[in-house]
Design a protein around this ligand. Structure first.
Ligand SMILES: [Zn+2]
Ligand SMILES: [Zn+2]
Length: 180
């Protein structure tokens, strides 16, 4: 989203403009919507607003891709490189290097959108609150398929006993062999 802020930069500090946001967001072109307020500050333009979009995520339980809805706040101050009244270059604060109004007075929001979407995207996401995930035995997605594990699992309380019995019958076999 590009906004020509030449006019607003000529206005007094405190002047406000509002811009609707409704555009596809790269790379997967989910719609970004909301409204931004541009506030003329002493140094430049403070962009502020709440935006909504979706990003493609992978569910950390069932590993299926899904659209993860995001609502996030954006607040970035942009500083002009060129004084709009004199046409002369002007110094820009060190920390503002990503957020500069170019010599054409265009305020380009692409970087701010990208950075804020990245920040708002959770590290771990689940596709739905009751996602059943993958079976730890057979690995199927339990949301969509039936579990393929054998119905009779060894009861953990019996597992040790079973091990003892196997060991005992092996020993018995060995001693019988020695007797022959
Ligand atoms: Zn899931
Ligand atoms: Zn299973």
């Amino acid at each position: 989203m590009n906004v020509n802020v030449a006019q607003q930069l000529k206005e007094p500090v405190g002047s406000v403009r509002r811009y609707p946001v409704d555009e596809p967001l790269p790379p997967d072109n989910h719609l970004l919507t909301g409204e931004l307020t541009f506030l003329r500050t002493g140094g430049g333009i403070l962009v502020n607003g709440t935006l909504h979009t979706a990003v493609e995520c992978v569910c950390s339980r069932c590993l299926e891709p899904f659209d993860c809805e995001l609502t996030f706040q954006i607040e970035e101050e942009y500083f002009p490189q060129i004084d709009v009244l004199t046409g002369m270059p002007q110094p820009v604060p060190e920390e503002a290097q990503d957020f500069i109004v170019g010599p054409d007075h265009i305020l380009d929001l692409a970087d701010a959108f990208r950075q804020n979407v990245l920040l708002a995207t959770p590290m771990k996401t689940i596709c739905k609150p009751d996602c059943a995930g993958l079976c730890s035995g057979c690995g199927v997605n339990i949301n969509t398929e039936g579990c393929r594990c054998a119905p009779e699992e060894v009861d953990p309380r019996w597992a040790d006993l079973k091990k003892l019995m196997v060991g005992a019958s092996r020993q018995k076999g060995r001693s019988e062999g020695a007797n022959l």
